[in-house]
Design a protein around this ligand. Structure first.
Ligand code: PEP
Length: 257
């Protein structure tokens, strides 16, 4: 049986400047240093402007905390004012990059086609994409959450070869649960995460599907994380609001304690 190391990632969204970022990561590192937390991988996704500071801290203190960006450009370089390329993120030694977060899809009209180009741009630059998928409330009410989410998965991974896809992280984030305090039940999370793994097996192979980590995201907190993580196809959490409170995020990371 494949064992998947859980990935607990904090998506800071547009919060914490570079000085606040340093203080925050120091608190996380201090709180996690007294304990062997190798069994869980911890990552932060700060705003672009914080990445250099976080890199300096992580490199300088040899912290085990990984970091990445919340988005990247689909383009390699050129006249794309305001965009940040995968090569720039790789130069900052980012491990991860989120692609297709629902806030990008909603406020920046990001399509599955664009997300697919961004997934490919991430791989071209040696970054691991965290591909975010998930349904809105209307889709959930109509009972179409699985079909909707699998269509986003298919679109995001179109023509991505198995050698790359085996390292992808999928974040299942029902949009109605993001930042609303409305958490999906563990069974809701398992239903869709299980379906995602099934589709990965169809698209690639069971062996690949068994390797891929599937996170749940949507109002994860210390009080609900253990029940969600107990589901067989949930391999981590993408945490928004609760990741801004270092004590709370540490409790989430230590969900097994
Ligand atoms: C997110 O931003 O990906 C997220 C899940 O946010 P929250 O935890 O605040 O719902």
């Amino acid at each position: 049986m494949t064992t998947r190391t859980p990935l607990m990632a904090g998506n800071w969204k547009m919060n914490l400047n570079h000085l606040e970022a340093i203080a925050h990561v120091q608190k996380l590192a201090f709180a996690l240093a007294d304990k062997d937390y190798d069994a869980v991988e911890v990552a932060v996704l700060p705003p672009f402007t914080d990445l250099r500071s976080v890199q300096t801290l992580v490199d300088g203190d040899k912290l085990k905390i990984k970091y990445g960006a919340q988005d990247l450009s689909a383009h390699e370089s050129g006249a794309y004012t305001g965009e940040i390329s995968g090569a720039m993120l790789a130069k900052l030694k980012c491990t991860y990059v989120a692609v297709g977060h629902s806030e990008r899809r909603q406020y920046h009209n990001e399509s599955d086609e664009l997300c697919n180009a961004k997934v490919k741009a991430a791989y071209q630059n040696g970054l691991t994409p965290i591909l975010c998928v998930g349904e809105g409330l209307d889709v959930r009410k109509a009972g179409n959450q699985v079909a909707h989410t699998l269509a986003q998965l298919d679109g995001g991974l179109k023509d991505v070869p198995a050698e790359q896809a085996e390292s992808v992280v999928i974040a299942y984030e029902p949009v109605w649960a993001i930042g609303t305090g409305e958490v999906a039940t563990p069974e809701d999370a398992q239903e869709v995460c299980g379906a995602i793994r099934g589709r990965l097996a169809e698209l690639y192979s069971q062996e690949l599907a068994d390797k891929v980590r599937i996170q749940y995201g949507g109002s994860v907190k210390s009080g609900n994380v253990a029940a969600i993580m107990a589901q067989p196809d949930v391999d981590g959490a993408l945490v928004g609001g609760a990741a801004l409170d270092s004590e709370e995020f540490v409790k989430i990371v230590r969900f097994r304690d």
